[in-house]
Design a protein around this ligand. Sequence first.
Ligand code: SF4
Length: 279
Amino acid sequence: MVYYLNEVELKYLTLNLRPASRLNPVPEELRGWNWHSPPLKPYYDVKLPMYLICSSYCPSNRDVYFAMVERAKGEADFPISLGKAVHEALAEAIRQSKKLNFDASPPAEYEDERINRAVKLVWDYTITACKSAFLKTRAEQPYASEEDIILTSMPFLVEHRLDGSLIGASGIIAVDCYDYLHNIVFDVKVGEGKGRLYTTGYALTIESIYEMPVDIGCVVTLNFGENLSITKDLHYIDANLRSRWIEERDRKAEIVFKELDPGKAENCSKFCLFRNRCL
Ligand code: SF4
């Protein structure tokens, strides 16, 4: 399953990332629980959706102006629709697995066959991995309760809802996954894998609410060809990433607070939702 770490990843986590986080700890002022003091304290009284803080496809950040000042809606295209369907399938497959409904079918049929195929691949893979983990844990702990086995074999809060307003983000953030036994936040990307600012934003939000440190993030990138292919970017959410997240938040919050149109960028992304508006 996309949120289970394999042997190599576990070794990298325990022998590299965890020691690195102990040797070079995050400075106190960059912990989410210090949301009330600079530099984490929001400079402007603006709440931004996490995707607007963390995404970087518009070089001039004009997408922020359109979405937050003009309240314009972008036009979803195939990559957006595919990503949304895959996220929903992944979350639902874990929910069904936790109810031990390992024979459940994917919930929705989409008009685009490419999306149906991707959903089926991710659904089968997730259900099979969860079932395997459940049976393994049950065999190893025969006296554990069923609830205990479910909670330890699938330790995932998926689409976990959090209030990011203390750190200047939206009040309805959905974290793709939080593994509460290994204390890792996950972000899932479909097709491209630049997501370390997302895991950083999620970690800061969890720290601001629960006042416990979250040092490790993992960006999971899914690609769909003949088969499902998965790569993981397991990383330490260090001071550098936290400072970058704060800079992005403040730069974008200024655009909204001062209602500044940054103008059209030169190298526009082909994935931009506002292409038609900008041309
Ligand atoms: S078309 Fe270009 S400038 Fe306009 S919002 Fe999209 S990426 Fe930004």
